[in-house]
Design a protein around this ligand. Structure first.
Ligand SMILES: *[C@@H]1O[C@H](CO)[C@@H](O)[C@H](O)[C@H]1NC(C)=O
Ligand SMILES: *[C@@H]1O[C@H](CO)[C@@H](O)[C@H](O)[C@H]1NC(C)=O
Ligand SMILES: *[C@@H]1O[C@H](CO)[C@@H](O)[C@H](O)[C@H]1NC(C)=O
Ligand SMILES: *[C@@H]1O[C@H](CO)[C@@H](O)[C@H](O)[C@H]1NC(C)=O
Ligand SMILES: *[C@H]1O[C@H](CO)[C@@H](O)[C@H](O)[C@H]1NC(C)=O
Length: 417
């Protein structure tokens, strides 16, 4: 009998080595994205919009692991296009990390990207009719601890021939008026949205169609256009909606679930709703019979999707999101306001916004730059880490693959968070 758990452990080890995770703990449909592993390391050395050493240049070619030798605000005029096989490790930036501001970022036609601990804040100078993050086609991407806001069309939109995407531990905030949208999440290729905060969007928080799992998320202060929009379509959907928490705010006038129909097949469980905007968490678990999930077709069993390792209760999900969603290695003023002033008010504070440069948001900065640790061989891994972990501080060995399957620099990156 004692052997049984050991055998299980052994099997798990085999499975995980044959399918290395994007990073330890990666979950959902995008968990196996490979990013820039096997390619080279690119160090972002300035905050310029373009040119050598810029973020735009870093992501313009495939097969790169992108790290940052400085923190700060990168103001962009035109949209940035991310290539395939790119890892963006925002957690390597010193100071308060990196905010990309002024326009949006496209991952369309990319495959195998890993994006962590970075802020994409589009703003009203961005291209009209465009999203803060867009994926119109592509596969195998994970966005983890990403803060995205101020989209002019959608804020984070996945719409089209897109497969195997995870959005985990992120913040999707303040779609700008007059559209003010969280995002379309519409694909049959599988999207996981996990422990993510949707806050202050008039509508589409998110709007889901296709194959989707929505687990342990917090939706706060959605507007009259809708919280979770269930398909609103003749097209079939198959979704798991588990252990989320919906808290109405000053802009909220309607139920969290709208526009469903019998084509929206869903397994729902343990979703918490607090509608009264009174500053106290005193809601209830939505019942499929006495509350209305807007006419969806309930399933009796979960769809077998790659899902979270630990399913939190809705209230624990709220605590987790408050503590760590978004680019939380060092939270900026915007995320701090959203979490500590708005979400923490439990319904009393929140607004849809038109102009992020005025009060209360007052723009995307300042973001302190910090000082990068010494990296003698300029390979992206600081000397102190190389010395402590047996790589060579005087040789360019950061892209080499270590015995655990990750590149040396990924082991460093993953150690930071
Ligand atoms: C970055 O921009 C500054 C200011 O425009 C310029 O002086 C500098 O040469 C640029 N750096 C690179 C590497 O292009
Ligand atoms: C999505 O992931 C599944 C499971 O890992 C894989 O079989 C499939 O090929 C992936 N789809 C694409 C388009 O890469
Ligand atoms: C639930 O919503 C659907 C669609 O909006 C509606 O047809 C139905 O009457 C509602 N049921 C209840 C019990 O309110
Ligand atoms: C390290 O080596 C890679 C691949 O050989 C190369 O692309 C990169 O420019 C080198 N970096 C430095 C700092 O020499
Ligand atoms: C969402 O954003 C739009 C555009 O800024 C705004 O009009 C709307 O009021 C916002 N919704 C909420 C709930 O704040």
């Amino acid at each position: 009998m004692k052997l049984f758990p050991l055998l299980l452990l052994f099997t798990a080890a085999i499975t995980s080595s044959s399918a290395l995770l994007a990073f330890p703990g990666a979950e959902g449909f995008g968990a196996q994205s490979t990013g820039g592993r096997g390619g080279s390391v690119y160090i972002v050395t300035n905050l310029n919009d373009s040119g050598s050493g810029s973020f735009r240049d870093a992501v313009s070619q495939p097969n790169r692991i992108v790290v940052f030798a400085l923190g700060g605000l990168i103001t962009i005029t035109s949209r940035i296009v991310v290539s395939s096989h790119i890892t963006i490790a925002g957690q390597t930036a010193p100071g308060q990390g990196i905010t990309v501001y002024g326009n949006g970022v496209s991952y369309s036609a990319a495959s195998n990207t890993i994006t962590r601990y970075i802020r994409y804040r589009m703003g009203k100078t961005g291209d009209s009719g465009k999203d803060a993050i867009t994926i119109a086609n592509g596969a195998n991407m994970i966005f983890d601890h990403v803060s995205v806001s101020w989209g002019r069309d959608e804020t984070f939109s996945i719409n089209g021939d897109v497969s195997n995407i995870t959005i985990s531990d992120s913040i999707i905030a303040q779609g700008l008026e007059t559209h003010s949208c969280g995002g379309l999440i519409q694909t049959d290729g599988g999207v996981s949205i996990i422990r993510t905060l949707y806050i202050d969007n008039q509508t589409r928080n998110p709007k889901v169609k296709g194959v989707n799992e929505f687990v342990n998320n917090v939706v706060y202060n959605w507007g009259g256009g809708g919280g979770y929009i269930a398909g609103d379509s003749e097209g079939p959907s198959e979704a798991n909606i588990l252990n989320n928490i919906f808290i109405s705010g000053p802009s909220t006038t309607i139920h969290p679930f709208t526009r469903g129909n019998a084509n929206f097949h869903t397994y729902v469980s343990n979703n918490y709703y607090d509608p009264d905007q009174d500053g106290t968490l005193n809601g209830w678990i939505l019942s499929a019979t006495t509350d209305n999930y807007s006419g969806v077709d309930f399933q009796s069993a979960k769809y077998n999707y790659p899902t979270v390792g630990t399913l939190l209760s809705p209230t624990d999900a709220l605590s987790k999101v408050k503590a760590s969603a978004g680019a939380s290695k060092s939270r900026d003023r915007v995320d701090s306001y959203l979490i500590n002033t708005e979400l923490a008010s439990l319904g009393k504070v929140g607004a849809l916004i038109t102009d992020p440069t005025v009060s209360p948001m007052n723009g995307p900065g300042p973001i302190t730059g910090g000082t990068a640790p010494t990296d003698t061989d300029n390979d992206g891994i600081p000397d102190a880490y190389e010395t402590a972990h047996g790589t060579n501080p005087n040789a360019n060995d950061s892209a080499s693959i270590a015995s655990n399957g990750y590149a040396n620099i990924e082991n460093y990156i993953n150690s930071l968070v």
